[in-house]
Design a protein. Structure first.
Length: 140
């Protein structure tokens, strides 16, 4: 039995974060975490910043180039939050769950084709969450 694609991305992201912490001890800059040959306009300048509170979900940009896209999610609220990227039809492309207050997490998603997606935060893991349009341009 294989894991759903979004779980595999999350598992590899969590492992990569641990390695990145060790690598950062001797580095002052990062290439943005994109895979070879695949770049994202957001990744070139760093990750897409997502600031969550108990009532709000702010994503720093609504557009990125196809490839590996990195989101840096920070929970500035008082409740546990989540962050999702949805493909058309509601399919989850990537997710980070259980982001406790004051914690920052990164999520890398690989999107190889252009299209209309959605980002979502779920303050306190209740309700429908907060969704915003997110557009991927170009191809890898």
């Amino acid at each position: 039995m294989s894991l759903p694609r979004h779980r595999v991305v999350l598992a590899s992201t969590v492992g990569s974060v641990g390695l990145a912490v060790l690598a950062l001890a001797g580095c002052s800059a990062s290439s943005g975490g994109t895979s070879a040959g695949a770049t994202s306009s957001a990744s070139v300048g760093g990750p897409i910043v997502v600031n969550q509170t108990d009532n709000e979900c702010r994503v720093s940009t609504a557009t990125a180039a196809a490839g590996t896209i990195t989101f840096k999610i920070t929970n500035g609220g008082s409740k546990v939050n989540e962050f999702y990227v949805y493909a058309p039809g509601g399919r989850i492309v990537g997710e980070v769950e259980n982001i406790t207050p004051g914690l920052s997490r990164e999520l890398e998603v690989k999107i190889t084709e252009p299209g209309s997606f959605q980002t979502a935060c779920k303050p306190g893991m209740v309700g429908d969450g907060i969704r915003a349009a997110f557009t991927v341009t170009g191809t890898t």
